[in-house]
Design a protein around this ligand. Sequence first.
Ligand SMILES: CC(C)(COP(=O)(O)OP(=O)(O)OC[C@H]1O[C@@H](n2cnc3c(N)ncnc32)[C@H](O)[C@@H]1OP(=O)(O)O)[C@@H](O)C(=O)NCCC(=O)NCCS
Length: 151
Amino acid sequence: MAPAIAPAADRHVPAIAALIERGFARYVAPDTTERGQSIFRAVASGESIGRRLLTGDVGLVALRGERVVGFLEMTRRDHIILLFVEPALHRRGIARHLLRAVLPYRRGTTITVNAAPGAIAAYRALGFAPLGAMETKDGITFLPMALSVPR
Ligand SMILES: CC(C)(COP(=O)(O)OP(=O)(O)OC[C@H]1O[C@@H](n2cnc3c(N)ncnc32)[C@H](O)[C@@H]1OP(=O)(O)O)[C@@H](O)C(=O)NCCC(=O)NCCS
């Protein structure tokens, strides 16, 4: 069943932060130094997410009933800074639904992401292409990728 997609609200933020922490610990932290983990956790804390949502980032949640099962955050510069789906619900189209919901508002732009190694295949399947080679910054390894959204 397709998830409902809705703008992230204040009341969702604790569940979003918990969802990200579960996914991060399992899929991203193993490729990330301790320093990288603490930098990421500062960016992905509920407080930071709540602040960015008030200052121009777009946040969307995927919901099953009232339960948050996915989250996408995009900056005003069309950069995806967070995209996480509940681990038990991977590969059921939730990330695709989240991305589809923002595309009509980003026509003619290029959406970028620093893809975690474990997420590269998913981003490729979603239409993103590498912008260069793998990079490591502040202990976080990623592949810069981009998706051109047609007009
Ligand atoms: C990356 C992530 C958000 C994808 O979410 P998802 O809901 O499982 O993705 P979807 O089911 O919408 O899949 C979208 C496409 O990617 C493909 N895909 C998803 N995961 C994949 C994987 N591990 N390997 C290969 N392809 C994959 C799907 O098959 C689908 O393509 P298709 O429609 O052509 O079959 C999810 O795996 C996740 O939360 N990972 C951990 C956190 C993370 O690394 N986030 C990214 C940080 S940059």
